[in-house]
Write a protein that binds this ligand. Sequence first.
Ligand SMILES: [Zn+2]
Length: 321
Amino acid sequence: MSSAPHTLEGVSGSFETLRDLSLARGTLDRAGLRRREPDLVPLLLKDPATRILELVGGRVQVIESDRGYALLLRSPGEQDTNRLFLFLGQDGHGTAFVGVVGGDGDSQESSGTALWRTLREVGVLLSDRDAGMFVTVQGLANWHVSHTHCPLCGAVTEPDQAGWIRRCAQDGSEHYPRTDPAVIMAVTDTADRLLLARSPHWPQGRLSVLAGFVEPGESLEAAVAREVLEEVGVVVEQVRYLGNQPWPFPSSLMVGFTARALDPTLRLDGVEIAEAVWVSREELREMVLAGRFGISPNVSIARRMIEHWYGGPIDEGVTSP
Ligand SMILES: [Zn+2]
Protein backbone atom coordinates (compact mmCIF):
# COMPACT_ATOMS: atom_id res chain seq x y z
CA MET A 1 0.00 0.00 0.00
CA SER A 2 1.44 3.37 -0.94
CA SER A 3 1.43 6.25 1.47
CA ALA A 4 -0.50 9.46 1.08
CA PRO A 5 0.90 12.09 -1.28
CA HIS A 6 2.92 14.76 0.39
CA THR A 7 2.38 18.44 0.00
CA LEU A 8 5.78 20.05 0.05
CA GLU A 9 5.68 23.73 0.75
CA GLY A 10 8.42 26.30 0.68
CA VAL A 11 10.94 24.00 -0.96
CA SER A 12 13.28 26.69 -2.23
CA GLY A 13 13.98 28.46 1.02
CA SER A 14 10.87 30.61 1.27
CA PHE A 15 9.22 31.05 4.64
CA GLU A 16 6.19 28.91 3.85
CA THR A 17 5.35 26.48 6.62
CA LEU A 18 4.76 22.73 6.34
CA ARG A 19 1.11 21.98 5.63
CA ASP A 20 -1.01 18.87 6.08
CA LEU A 21 1.30 17.21 8.56
CA SER A 22 -0.08 13.71 9.09
CA LEU A 23 -1.08 14.14 12.72
CA ALA A 24 -2.25 17.78 12.48
CA ARG A 25 -5.29 17.32 10.25
CA GLY A 26 -8.25 16.92 12.61
CA THR A 27 -11.56 18.33 11.38
CA LEU A 28 -14.01 17.62 14.23
CA ASP A 29 -15.53 20.49 16.18
CA ARG A 30 -14.20 19.69 19.67
CA ALA A 31 -17.34 21.28 21.14
CA GLY A 32 -15.46 21.98 24.35
CA LEU A 33 -18.41 23.67 26.03
CA ARG A 34 -20.43 20.44 25.88
CA ARG A 35 -17.91 18.66 28.12
CA ARG A 36 -19.51 20.34 31.14
CA GLU A 37 -23.03 19.14 30.35
CA PRO A 38 -23.85 17.04 33.42
CA ASP A 39 -25.56 14.19 31.56
CA LEU A 40 -23.45 14.18 28.43
CA VAL A 41 -21.88 10.76 29.00
CA PRO A 42 -25.11 8.77 29.67
CA LEU A 43 -26.90 10.72 26.94
CA LEU A 44 -24.33 9.88 24.28
CA LEU A 45 -23.98 6.27 25.43
CA LYS A 46 -27.76 5.80 25.02
CA ASP A 47 -27.85 7.31 21.53
CA PRO A 48 -27.23 4.75 18.75
CA ALA A 49 -26.17 7.62 16.46
CA THR A 50 -23.10 8.23 18.65
CA ARG A 51 -19.97 6.97 16.90
CA ILE A 52 -17.64 5.02 19.18
CA LEU A 53 -13.90 4.62 18.57
CA GLU A 54 -12.39 1.89 20.72
CA LEU A 55 -8.73 2.07 21.76
CA VAL A 56 -7.15 -1.07 23.19
CA GLY A 57 -3.44 -1.21 23.95
CA GLY A 58 -2.62 1.68 21.59
CA ARG A 59 -4.53 0.13 18.70
CA VAL A 60 -7.84 0.86 17.03
CA GLN A 61 -9.71 -1.09 14.40
CA VAL A 62 -9.45 0.12 10.80
CA ILE A 63 -10.91 -1.02 7.52
CA GLU A 64 -9.47 -0.48 4.06
CA SER A 65 -10.72 2.55 2.16
CA ASP A 66 -9.95 4.60 -0.96
CA ARG A 67 -7.35 6.65 0.85
CA GLY A 68 -5.82 3.73 2.71
CA TYR A 69 -7.72 3.08 5.91
CA ALA A 70 -10.79 4.38 7.73
CA LEU A 71 -11.50 4.04 11.43
CA LEU A 72 -14.04 1.38 12.35
CA LEU A 73 -16.71 3.27 14.29
CA ARG A 74 -19.77 1.69 15.89
CA SER A 75 -22.79 2.45 18.05
CA PRO A 76 -22.41 2.43 21.84
CA GLY A 77 -22.75 -0.96 23.56
CA GLU A 78 -23.15 -2.38 27.04
CA GLN A 79 -19.39 -2.91 27.27
CA ASP A 80 -18.73 0.85 27.03
CA THR A 81 -20.53 1.80 30.25
CA ASN A 82 -17.62 1.20 32.59
CA ARG A 83 -14.84 2.27 30.29
CA LEU A 84 -12.90 5.51 30.20
CA PHE A 85 -15.10 7.84 28.13
CA LEU A 86 -13.49 10.56 25.96
CA PHE A 87 -15.76 13.02 24.16
CA LEU A 88 -13.93 13.87 20.94
CA GLY A 89 -16.41 16.35 19.47
CA GLN A 90 -18.96 16.44 16.70
CA ASP A 91 -19.12 16.87 12.95
CA GLY A 92 -21.14 19.32 10.85
CA HIS A 93 -24.22 17.11 11.09
CA GLY A 94 -24.15 17.11 14.88
CA THR A 95 -22.99 13.49 15.09
CA ALA A 96 -21.03 12.97 18.30
CA PHE A 97 -17.75 11.05 18.35
CA VAL A 98 -16.51 9.31 21.49
CA GLY A 99 -13.37 7.40 22.33
CA VAL A 100 -13.55 4.52 24.78
CA VAL A 101 -10.44 2.94 26.22
CA GLY A 102 -10.32 -0.80 26.79
CA GLY A 103 -8.15 -2.54 29.32
CA ASP A 104 -5.67 -5.41 29.33
CA GLY A 105 -8.44 -8.00 29.26
CA ASP A 106 -10.08 -6.62 26.14
CA SER A 107 -9.72 -8.51 22.93
CA GLN A 108 -7.77 -7.34 19.92
CA GLU A 109 -9.16 -10.13 17.82
CA SER A 110 -10.13 -8.99 14.38
CA SER A 111 -13.76 -9.12 13.40
CA GLY A 112 -14.45 -9.48 9.67
CA THR A 113 -12.13 -7.36 7.54
CA ALA A 114 -11.15 -4.98 10.35
CA LEU A 115 -7.51 -4.81 11.50
CA TRP A 116 -6.07 -3.50 14.78
CA ARG A 117 -3.46 -0.86 14.00
CA THR A 118 -1.36 1.72 15.85
CA LEU A 119 -1.28 5.43 15.06
CA ARG A 120 2.29 5.12 13.81
CA GLU A 121 1.16 2.45 11.37
CA VAL A 122 -1.88 4.17 9.88
CA GLY A 123 -1.49 7.88 10.75
CA VAL A 124 -0.66 8.91 7.17
CA LEU A 125 -3.27 6.61 5.64
CA LEU A 126 -6.35 7.95 7.44
CA SER A 127 -8.65 10.78 6.37
CA ASP A 128 -8.17 14.17 8.02
CA ARG A 129 -11.06 13.57 10.42
CA ASP A 130 -9.97 10.06 11.35
CA ALA A 131 -6.31 11.00 11.84
CA GLY A 132 -7.35 13.80 14.19
CA MET A 133 -9.59 11.49 16.19
CA PHE A 134 -6.92 8.82 16.60
CA VAL A 135 -4.32 11.39 17.72
CA THR A 136 -6.71 12.89 20.27
CA VAL A 137 -7.81 9.53 21.69
CA GLN A 138 -4.22 8.33 21.95
CA GLY A 139 -2.97 11.49 23.64
CA LEU A 140 -5.85 11.72 26.11
CA ALA A 141 -5.70 8.01 26.96
CA ASN A 142 -1.94 8.25 27.62
CA TRP A 143 -2.52 11.13 30.01
CA HIS A 144 -5.23 9.33 31.97
CA VAL A 145 -3.07 6.23 32.39
CA SER A 146 -0.20 8.20 33.94
CA HIS A 147 -2.23 10.65 36.08
CA THR A 148 -4.25 8.38 38.31
CA HIS A 149 -3.26 10.20 41.50
CA CYS A 150 -3.39 13.79 42.67
CA PRO A 151 -0.03 15.62 42.50
CA LEU A 152 -1.07 17.73 45.51
CA CYS A 153 -2.20 15.13 48.05
CA GLY A 154 -1.64 11.71 46.48
CA ALA A 155 -5.29 10.64 46.55
CA VAL A 156 -6.95 8.90 43.63
CA THR A 157 -8.27 11.14 40.83
CA GLU A 158 -11.39 10.42 38.77
CA PRO A 159 -12.15 11.41 35.17
CA ASP A 160 -14.69 14.22 34.78
CA GLN A 161 -15.99 16.56 32.06
CA ALA A 162 -16.32 13.78 29.50
CA GLY A 163 -12.69 12.76 29.89
CA TRP A 164 -11.10 16.21 29.67
CA ILE A 165 -10.14 16.64 33.31
CA ARG A 166 -9.38 14.46 36.33
CA ARG A 167 -10.64 15.53 39.73
CA CYS A 168 -9.12 14.66 43.08
CA ALA A 169 -11.57 12.71 45.23
CA GLN A 170 -9.97 14.13 48.39
CA ASP A 171 -9.45 17.87 47.82
CA GLY A 172 -11.51 18.45 44.66
CA SER A 173 -8.59 19.89 42.69
CA GLU A 174 -8.87 19.71 38.90
CA HIS A 175 -6.10 18.39 36.68
CA TYR A 176 -5.90 18.99 32.94
CA PRO A 177 -4.40 16.94 30.12
CA ARG A 178 -0.75 17.71 29.47
CA THR A 179 0.96 18.49 26.22
CA ASP A 180 4.73 18.81 26.40
CA PRO A 181 6.30 21.09 23.77
CA ALA A 182 9.39 19.74 22.07
CA VAL A 183 11.45 21.47 19.41
CA ILE A 184 12.80 19.67 16.38
CA MET A 185 15.21 21.39 14.04
CA ALA A 186 16.59 21.06 10.54
CA VAL A 187 20.04 22.63 10.97
CA THR A 188 21.96 23.48 7.81
CA ASP A 189 25.47 24.85 7.32
CA THR A 190 26.56 27.59 4.94
CA ALA A 191 26.92 24.98 2.14
CA ASP A 192 23.26 24.00 2.78
CA ARG A 193 24.21 20.55 4.08
CA LEU A 194 21.76 19.08 6.59
CA LEU A 195 22.74 17.91 10.05
CA LEU A 196 21.59 14.36 10.84
CA ALA A 197 22.27 12.52 14.06
CA ARG A 198 21.66 9.20 15.80
CA SER A 199 20.40 8.69 19.30
CA PRO A 200 22.25 5.94 21.22
CA HIS A 201 18.90 4.10 21.50
CA TRP A 202 18.57 3.79 17.73
CA PRO A 203 20.07 1.06 15.55
CA GLN A 204 23.13 1.76 13.43
CA GLY A 205 22.24 3.61 10.24
CA ARG A 206 19.14 5.32 11.56
CA LEU A 207 19.56 9.09 11.47
CA SER A 208 17.28 12.06 11.93
CA VAL A 209 17.24 15.75 12.73
CA LEU A 210 17.89 16.91 16.31
CA ALA A 211 15.06 17.36 18.81
CA GLY A 212 14.58 18.09 22.49
CA PHE A 213 12.11 19.24 25.11
CA VAL A 214 11.47 22.87 25.92
CA GLU A 215 12.51 23.78 29.47
CA PRO A 216 10.63 26.02 31.93
CA GLY A 217 11.38 29.69 31.35
CA GLU A 218 12.54 29.12 27.77
CA SER A 219 11.16 30.26 24.42
CA LEU A 220 10.90 27.79 21.55
CA GLU A 221 13.70 29.52 19.65
CA ALA A 222 15.97 29.50 22.70
CA ALA A 223 15.29 25.78 23.14
CA VAL A 224 16.40 25.14 19.54
CA ALA A 225 19.68 26.99 20.08
CA ARG A 226 20.35 25.33 23.45
CA GLU A 227 19.64 21.79 22.27
CA VAL A 228 21.87 22.09 19.20
CA LEU A 229 24.69 23.54 21.29
CA GLU A 230 24.33 20.87 24.00
CA GLU A 231 24.05 17.89 21.68
CA VAL A 232 26.56 18.68 18.92
CA GLY A 233 28.40 21.81 20.08
CA VAL A 234 27.15 23.97 17.21
CA VAL A 235 26.00 27.59 17.50
CA VAL A 236 22.96 28.38 15.34
CA GLU A 237 21.26 31.56 14.14
CA GLN A 238 18.25 32.37 11.91
CA VAL A 239 15.96 30.06 13.89
CA ARG A 240 12.68 30.04 11.92
CA TYR A 241 9.37 28.29 12.52
CA LEU A 242 8.48 25.55 10.05
CA GLY A 243 5.39 23.72 11.35
CA ASN A 244 4.05 21.62 14.19
CA GLN A 245 2.07 18.50 14.96
CA PRO A 246 1.00 16.54 18.03
CA TRP A 247 3.09 13.47 18.77
CA PRO A 248 1.18 11.50 21.41
CA PHE A 249 4.01 9.08 22.29
CA PRO A 250 3.24 9.80 25.03
CA SER A 251 2.36 13.50 25.11
CA SER A 252 4.51 15.75 22.92
CA LEU A 253 3.75 18.59 20.59
CA MET A 254 6.58 18.67 18.05
CA VAL A 255 7.39 22.21 16.89
CA GLY A 256 9.65 22.27 13.85
CA PHE A 257 12.26 24.92 13.00
CA THR A 258 15.03 25.55 10.55
CA ALA A 259 18.32 26.97 11.80
CA ARG A 260 21.67 27.89 10.28
CA ALA A 261 25.02 26.84 11.78
CA LEU A 262 27.73 29.48 11.93
CA ASP A 263 30.51 26.88 12.09
CA PRO A 264 29.92 23.22 11.12
CA THR A 265 32.52 21.80 13.53
CA LEU A 266 30.79 19.07 15.58
CA ARG A 267 31.54 18.33 19.24
CA LEU A 268 29.18 15.57 20.36
CA ASP A 269 27.94 15.41 23.93
CA GLY A 270 28.35 11.61 23.85
CA VAL A 271 25.20 11.06 25.91
CA GLU A 272 22.19 12.07 23.85
CA ILE A 273 23.89 11.73 20.47
CA ALA A 274 25.93 8.70 19.34
CA GLU A 275 26.91 10.06 15.92
CA ALA A 276 26.22 13.11 13.80
CA VAL A 277 26.99 13.98 10.20
CA TRP A 278 26.50 16.79 7.69
CA VAL A 279 25.04 15.53 4.41
CA SER A 280 24.52 17.13 1.01
CA ARG A 281 21.41 16.19 -0.98
CA GLU A 282 23.55 14.02 -3.24
CA GLU A 283 25.11 12.24 -0.26
CA LEU A 284 21.71 11.64 1.30
CA ARG A 285 20.38 10.22 -1.95
CA GLU A 286 23.35 7.85 -2.23
CA MET A 287 22.99 6.73 1.39
CA VAL A 288 19.29 6.04 0.86
CA LEU A 289 19.80 4.16 -2.39
CA ALA A 290 22.59 2.09 -0.85
CA GLY A 291 20.30 1.19 2.05
CA ARG A 292 22.82 2.58 4.54
CA PHE A 293 20.32 4.98 6.04
CA GLY A 294 16.96 4.46 7.70
CA ILE A 295 14.87 7.61 7.66
CA SER A 296 12.22 8.63 10.14
CA PRO A 297 8.75 7.25 9.32
CA ASN A 298 6.30 9.11 7.09
CA VAL A 299 4.06 9.94 10.01
CA SER A 300 6.76 11.99 11.75
CA ILE A 301 7.44 15.69 11.32
CA ALA A 302 11.15 14.75 11.14
CA ARG A 303 10.56 12.96 7.84
CA ARG A 304 8.67 15.92 6.42
CA MET A 305 11.39 18.33 7.54
CA ILE A 306 14.12 16.23 5.91
CA GLU A 307 12.08 16.07 2.69
CA HIS A 308 11.41 19.80 2.88
CA TRP A 309 15.16 20.40 2.85
CA TYR A 310 15.75 17.65 0.26
CA GLY A 311 13.18 19.14 -2.12
CA GLY A 312 10.81 16.20 -2.51
CA PRO A 313 9.79 12.79 -1.23
CA ILE A 314 12.59 10.40 -0.32
CA ASP A 315 12.51 6.86 -1.73
CA GLU A 316 9.86 4.84 0.08
CA GLY A 317 11.51 1.46 -0.26
CA VAL A 318 14.27 1.99 2.23
CA THR A 319 12.60 3.60 5.20
CA SER A 320 12.74 2.22 8.69
CA PRO A 321 9.41 1.18 10.26
ZN1 LIG B 1 -5.72 15.85 45.98
